[in-house]
Design a protein around this ligand. Structure first.
Ligand SMILES: *[C@@H]1O[C@H](CO)[C@@H](O)[C@H](O)[C@H]1NC(C)=O
Ligand SMILES: *[C@@H]1O[C@H](CO)[C@@H](O)[C@H](O)[C@H]1NC(C)=O
Ligand SMILES: *[C@@H]1O[C@H](CO)[C@@H](O)[C@H](O)[C@H]1NC(C)=O
Ligand SMILES: *[C@@H]1O[C@H](CO)[C@@H](O)[C@H](O)[C@H]1NC(C)=O
Ligand SMILES: *[C@@H]1O[C@H](CO)[C@@H](O)[C@H](O)[C@H]1NC(C)=O
Ligand SMILES: *[C@@H]1O[C@H](CO)[C@@H](O)[C@H](O)[C@H]1NC(C)=O
Ligand SMILES: *[C@@H]1O[C@H](CO)[C@@H](O)[C@H](O)[C@H]1NC(C)=O
Ligand SMILES: *[C@@H]1O[C@H](CO)[C@@H](O)[C@H](O)[C@H]1NC(C)=O
Length: 895
């Protein structure tokens, strides 16, 4: 029997919510692991998780996930709403990896914890699409012993948006565990419907233990049966039917027997997974490649994935306590409100990514060609939106620079290929996630934004990690973008920002462009192509920029218009990367100006030309540009984002923009762009020497060595594409049926130092981890003393309805700079001893030439590359994709 080490004590440093029974948070993350395994719950006046069903992050799709407890034969429901008596929620907390509820059922108190592991330096674990929920910490209020049984189930709502779809399922029992699986009878490969994947298999799994029973069946039968009997009859319901026809659910229960003060049961742990395979269709030069989750490089069957995940629970908990403590400690050095923001957004940054390798036969996956893609969560189906990655960059470099590299590489590959003709950088890899075709459209108006973002990110990755492999490999592409910026960035006309600002002569956009040129200068230094043009240009342009933009009391948002102003978040990389381009006097001037602007609690607008629209990530990045001598300005910017994030009326994840006066959201929920919040923490990452011949460099060549074979945006007939999609479906089904023999996972392989470890400030709260003594570990450390003081939570607003989230294309995307403030002292930097490029765990640094583009199947490979026709072909594919999706999935609400 699988024995799960009981972690008696789980100490969380997340926001301790003082209100008696409420989360001052409108929408609470539960299982937020991938773009599609993304379950949250509305806090519902603090009574959640009882009274409510979880929801997809878009808020418009209920996800059946229920929980019950029986105490001395009396049944209570602690998650969901099926007509039973409810538990009472006493306290709720979140940390970066967990949401914890202390609940009461009759005389029994207990905890339910939703735990989504974040493993930034371990691609196997990070890409594993599973999340934990566990029940523990039982304590009777009357000091008596009580009989306790625990129950939980999921419905099939996780695997489709359309409740009329027929679903099929089974339950698999091994020596150590039982798991349910459920999927659509006819999954639609690579298709989503309003962000819900229509090609996924949901798994609900539990390790065997004494008192353990399971069944599948109608929701009513399962839940009423448990309420009546406290156990489940072992039954496989074989009547495959639509999701909502006698709602089939997949249940577990555990009879804990007598629970008393001296017999604490082991925690009841379940694993919820949402598996898609393949994850991505990726157009290469010659074909469309299927790409799967990175974790398949370590496992050969879904049984193995699940059993490893279950048996890893106690170690995963230990790692997560460490993770939470480090992140929260670093944030606590800023303020407790900042801790609140960081605790909320960290999961969604990682959940927006798919870490992929080429699909292969079970047991034969190779981890040598890693590509990470990010979805434009809550906004559109854009793949790897550049401004979102730019926003997330402080978080990516803080947690593991390899993530940044593996995200940038596909964008760079595509744009270095012969298929990409534009002289400026593309804004994304296309608009059909999870089908990735590249973007060759005319996006010139976003050229300054995208070139600036890409060059700044390429340099930032190199100078914070030491890994210069991208710089040499894509040098010629960078040159082309730098030349575009030299031509266009000082006086940007006919350019827009990713936020849709379109004035001529926008100083913030110009600054980004100039920083792009500066980055190019540093890139050319690093690859030892001594070309002084770039630094000369950067110096000259920044000097002209100052003359045009910096007025008496602030930076004009539009040159020469003294009434114009904005949050100059693009100053962040200037500080973060130690460019020395912006003087302290300018920083002080601008920060002082922010202090004088009146604003509501919800903060300052981004730009005077877009009245009353605030962007929390830009506010936070701007906070990182405020000199330490003006802490009140910094805390004001942080507080505005905090008040928005923790506004109880918000029954949705933190949006990318909202009305500054009221806090009403304007779209873009759940985006990874919120990684901009890490600007302040990531200021502690020092610049390091760049090694272009680093481990990641294919050859040390200073020339671009793009391998055409690995290039996205391939030429391919529409028919072949259809066939491949079809083959993908077949392949997917085979995968479910058969996995090869076990692969042993070497645990040591993961235990590598992480860059972000070293960023913990010495004043951080100490972790008291006392596995055997709950009392010792109960008191969370008090948040930072630098907290800007108490605030009154906004009142409950149970009636206000959130707007429909952006589950389509409702907003324009944002672009983010890396915001940062004052430099750390050299002493601090030395204390960190940080060489981020060293010791990256599990370095997967395929070069394009290595990535042997394992195409799904040769027969479908199109012949040679017909470059001239590519664009038309890709357009054609895109249309066909749209058609396929329509044919496959006609349900209501489909966009
Ligand atoms: C139980 O939950 C409460 C509130 O969420 C938390 O403060 C406490 O630390 C948890 N106890 C354990 C043992 O995890
Ligand atoms: C709810 O609790 C009350 C009081 O304990 C009890 O009488 C009633 O039967 C319970 N209802 C259900 C549906 O369990
Ligand atoms: C999932 O359930 C189906 C029955 O619908 C079964 O055929 C299949 O083998 C199961 N897959 C796995 C991976 O257990
Ligand atoms: C479900 O699994 C059981 C046990 O492995 C097996 O006997 C049964 O045939 C399966 N049912 C279906 C529909 O796949
Ligand atoms: C309770 O268990 C008994 C026998 O074990 C069974 O006959 C009965 O149907 C169960 N009750 C419910 C509501 O499932
Ligand atoms: C390219 O990106 C722009 C901006 O996101 C978008 O409007 C356009 O549709 C994209 N083109 C393609 C071919 O994906
Ligand atoms: C330096 O860069 C500029 C701008 O890209 C280019 O025009 C020039 O030819 C380069 N000079 C050398 C020596 O490579
Ligand atoms: C600018 O401010 C930073 C942080 O306060 C300080 O370390 C640095 O020395 C200042 N630079 C100059 C030129 O005064």
């Amino acid at each position: 029997m699988l024995s799960i080490l009981f972690l008696q004590v789980t100490l969380f440093y997340g926001l301790l919510v003082s209100a008696q029974s409420s989360f001052p948070l409108g929408y609470i993350p539960l299982a937020v692991k991938t773009p599609y395994l993304n379950g949250w719950i509305a806090s519902d006046t603090g009574a959640s998780p009882a009274h409510n069903w979880p929801n997809f992050f878009t808020t418009d799709r209920t996800l059946g996930w229920g929980g019950m407890i029986r105490v001395d034969n009396q049944a209570f429901q602690w998650m969901g709403d099926s007509g039973f008596n409810f538990t009472k929620t006493l306290v709720s907390e979140i940390s970066p990896t967990k949401s914890v509820f202390r609940l009461q059922a009759g005389p029994m108190q207990f905890n339910v914890t939703f735990f989504t592991p974040i493993e930034p330096t371990d691609y196997v674990r990070q890409s594993t699409p599973f999340s934990y929920m566990f029940v523990d910490a039982f304590a009777a209020t009357d000091a008596q012993a009580h009989n306790v049984q625990v129950y939980t189930d999921i419905s099939a709502e996780w695997v489709t948006r359309d409740d009329t779809q027929v679903v099929v399922w089974n339950t698999t029992e091994t020596d150590t565990m039982v798991y349910h699986n459920v999927t659509k009878r006819s999954p639609s490969p690579m298709t989503e419907n309003g962000n819900i994947a229509e090609d996924s298999v949901a798994y609900y799994a539990m390790a065997k233990r004494s008192g353990f029973t399971w069944r599948s069946g109608a929701d009513v039968d399962c839940r009423k049966g448990f309420a009546a009997n406290g156990t489940l009859p072992i039954i496989r319901d074989n009547g495959f039917r639509p999701v909502s026809q006698s709602w089939p659910v997949f249940a577990f229960s555990v009879d804990l027997g007598t629970v008393s003060s001296d017999s604490q049961p082991e925690p009841v742990v379940v694993a919820l997974g949402l598996v898609r395979d393949p994850l991505i269709s990726y157009a290469t030069d010659t074909s469309v490649q299927s790409r799967s989750g990175y974790y398949w490089s370590a496992y050969s069957s879904i049984d193995q994935v699940i059993s490893t995940f279950l048996s890893d629970f106690s170690n995963a908990m230990k790692r997560s306590l460490d993770f939470d403590n480090k992140v929260v400690s670093a944030a606590a050095a800023v303020s407790s409100e900042y801790v609140g923001i960081i605790s909320l957004v960290t999961r969604q940054i990682f959940a927006a990514m798919d870490i992929t390798i080429p699909s292969a036969q079970p047991g034969q996956f190779s981890d040598s060609d890693v590509k990470i893609f990010v979805k434009d969560m809550g906004v559109s189906l854009r793949a790897s939106p550049v401004e979102v990655i730019y926003g997330a960059f402080p978080a990516l470099l803080y947690f593991n620079p390899s993530l940044a590299r593996d995200l940038l590489a596909p964008l760079l590959d595509f744009q270095s290929s012969s298929h990409y003709k534009n002289p400026y950088a593309a804004p994304d890899l296309g608009t059909t996630y999870p089908v990735i075709l590249g973007n060759t459209s005319d996006t010139q108006t976003l050229g300054v934004e995208s070139c600036g973002n890409m060059l700044i990110m390429a340099y930032a990755h190199a100078v914070k990690s030491g890994d210069g492999s991208l710089l040499s490999r894509y040098y010629t592409t960078f040159q082309s973008w730098a030349n575009f910026l030299i031509e266009n960035s000082l006086d940007p006309r006919n350019f827009i920002t990713a936020d849709g600002l379109s004035n001529p002569d926008m100083s913030n956009l110009a600054l980004k462009g100039i920083l792009g040129i500066y980055s190019m200068a540093k890139i050319s230094e690093a690859v030892k192509v001594s070309n002084s043009t770039y630094m000369d240009q950067a110096t000259q342009l920044i000097s002209s920029w100052k003359q045009r933009a910096v007025a008496n009391d602030h930076i004009d948002a539009v040159y020469g218009q003294s009434s114009s102003w904005g949050l100059m978040y693009n100053i962040f990389p200037a500080i973060w990367l130690n460019t020395g381009l912006i003087e302290n006097s300018t920083l002080n001037l601008q920060a002082g100006f922010y202090a004088q602007q009146s604003s509501s609690d919800f903060g300052l607008s981004l730009d005077s030309s877009q009245q009353d629209v605030a962007y929390p990530h830009w506010s936070l990045m701007t906070a990182a540009t405020v000199p330490d001598s003006l802490p009140s300005v910094q805390s004001r910017l942080i507080r505005s984002a905090y008040l928005q994030a923790y506004r109880v009326a918000n029954k949705f994840p933190l949006p990318i923009k909202y009305k500054a006066s009221t806090g009403d959201q304007l779209g873009g929920i759940g985006s990874a762009i919120q990684g901009a919040a890490f600007g302040m923490i990531s200021l502690s990452l020092p610049n390091v020497n760049i090694n272009v011949n680093s481990v990641n460099s294919p050859s040390g060549s200073t020339k671009s060595t793009v391998n055409v074979g690995a290039i996205v945006g391939g030429v391919l007939g529409g028919l072949a594409f259809l066939l491949i999609l079809f083959a993908g479906g077949i392949f997917w089904r085979k995968r479910q049926q058969k996995r090869y023999a076990a692969v042993t996972i070497d645990d040591d392989a993961y235990a590598k130092p992480r860059p972000f470890n070293t960023a913990v400030s010495s004043s951080a709260p100490v972790v008291n981890y006392h596995p055997n003594d709950p009392d010792l570990a109960r008191s969370p450390p008090s948040p930072s003393t630098t907290s800007p003081g108490p605030w009154t939570p906004p009142g409950w607003d149970g009636v206000s309805q959130p707007q429909q989230p952006g589950s389509g294309t409702d907003t324009t995307p944002d672009s983010l700079p890396v915001g940062a403030a004052g430099a750390m002292s050299n002493k601090q930097r030395e204390a960190l001893g940080l060489r981020a490029n060293q010791n990256r765990a599990r370095v997967h640094n395929p070069t394009p030439s290595e990535s042997a583009v394992s195409t799904l199947s040769n027969p479908y490979s199109a012949p040679g590359s017909q470059t001239e026709e590519l664009r038309a072909e890709v357009e054609q594919l895109r249309r066909e994709m749209a058609n396929i999706r329509h044919m496959a999935e006609p349900p209501p609400g489909y966009t």
